[in-house]
Design a protein around this ligand. Structure first.
Ligand SMILES: C[S@@+](CC[C@H](N)C(=O)[O-])C[C@H]1O[C@@H](n2cnc3c(N)ncnc32)[C@H](O)[C@@H]1O
Length: 239
């Protein structure tokens, strides 16, 4: 038996989280963008575009520009979506010399660890949006909904490979704005077991912080809605 910390586990993700699993989320995002925008939407800036799983479907609705700070994630996204433009950049301070009709930061917003980073990301979006354009984001966790040591698991199979993923949420310091999301993977193949683990620090903010910072960045808050424990937010750059 092997126990492996972090390292290269990117090969596991297409098994745990295949691109098609993101189709409904992408359709929901596209519908919300069209619902709240005050201008016709043709171009979309997607910050923290990751492996491009959402873009696979979003590109059917918009001309997508994906930005991510990880070269390896960008390479995976380029392979999946050759027609999408992908650029290296940081959502906290990256600047492109162009504007977009709409912008999205999906689960990648989790990586903003304090209020100043969250505001920086919102300002980046504001800077790149046309007047009347909409910004959509969502918080998968808020301080109000956080449960210490919440632990879930899921089972994934591909051929003779079976992966059990256990996810634990733990906040070592409730006075700050972050918590640990720790993953343990039990990887079984042909009678062998390998145990891997991976730890992410992610942001944790009270619900009202999200709307407050969107307004500080300059947006009109047009939607703030809790839906199945996910807080959806839409802000429009005033015309
Ligand atoms: C969970 S993945 C996003 C997956 C994505 N929703 C998809 O459809 O494939 C999170 C991504 O956020 C990116 N990220 C984290 N911090 C970032 C930052 N400051 N600027 C840009 N990208 C960032 C990571 O590199 C990673 O690719």
């Amino acid at each position: 038996m092997m126990i492996t910390a972090c390292g290269s586990m990117s090969w596991l993700w297409p098994i745990i989280s295949p691109p098609a699993d993101y189709d409904q989320e992408a359709e929901d995002c596209a519908a919300r963008i069209r619902q709240f925008s005050r201008i016709p939407v043709s171009t979309l800036l997607h910050l923290g575009s990751g492996r491009g799983h959402l873009d696979r479907r979003l590109q059917q609705h918009f001309t997508v520009t994906g930005v991510d700070c990880s070269p390896s994630m960008l390479n995976l996204a380029r392979t999946l979506n050759p027609a999408v433009r992908y650029l290296l950049g940081d959502m906290r301070n990256g600047r492109l010399k162009e504007s977009f009709d709409a912008a999205l930061i999906a689960d990648s917003i989790d990586y903003m660890l304090d209020e100043s980073e969250l505001l920086q990301a919102f300002v980046t979006v504001f800077t790149h949006l046309r007047p009347g354009g909409v910004f959509l984001t969502y918080a998968e966790m808020t301080s109000e909904l956080f449960q210490q040591n919440r632990t879930t698991h899921s089972v994934h199979r591909q051929g003779s490979l079976e992966v059990v993923m256990v996810e634990n949420s733990y906040d070592p310091d409730p006075s700050d704005t972050r918590f640990d999301s720790t993953f343990i993977y039990l990887v079984r193949r042909d009678g062998s077991l390998e145990i891997m683990h991976d730890r992410h620090q992610v942001g944790l903010f009270p619900r009202q912080t999200w709307g407050k910072l969107l307004c500080v960045a300059g947006f009109d808050l047009v939607r703030e809605e809790l839906c199945q424990e996910v807080l959806y937010l839409a802000g429009v750059r005033p015309i």
